[in-house]
Design a protein. Structure first.
Length: 97
């Protein structure tokens, strides 16, 4: 006989864990793509003086990223990795010692 309540609880836990881990990892990638703040021009606008570039040429410079964005990205990656390691710990019976 199948215990449907236990099956449903495992399904919901796996779905929530997958969404949280993917969300943390993608948020970390988004933080790494945070550009440097734009400096105001002499006329008070924030428009660049150079001609506009195609999106394919817009590389995010590591030196221009704010420090908080780098810290937040690595924090998200660390939490994601810890979640994966905890999942492996739960799955592998030999680790329960």
């Amino acid at each position: 006989m199948i215990d449907w309540a236990a099956f449903l609880s495992v399904f919901v836990a796996a779905l929530v864990a997958a969404c949280v881990l993917v969300g943390l990892y993608s948020l970390g990638i988004r933080f790494l793509a945070t550009p440097a703040p734009k400096a105001p021009q002499e006329d008070g606008s924030f428009e660049p003086d150079a001609p506009s570039r195609d999106d394919e040429d817009d590389d995010v410079d590591d030196l221009g990223r704010p420090r908080w964005a780098t810290i937040a990205a690595y924090t998200c990656f660390t939490l994601s990795a810890l979640g994966v390691l905890f999942g492996i710990y739960l799955i592998v019976p030999a680790l329960h010692g």
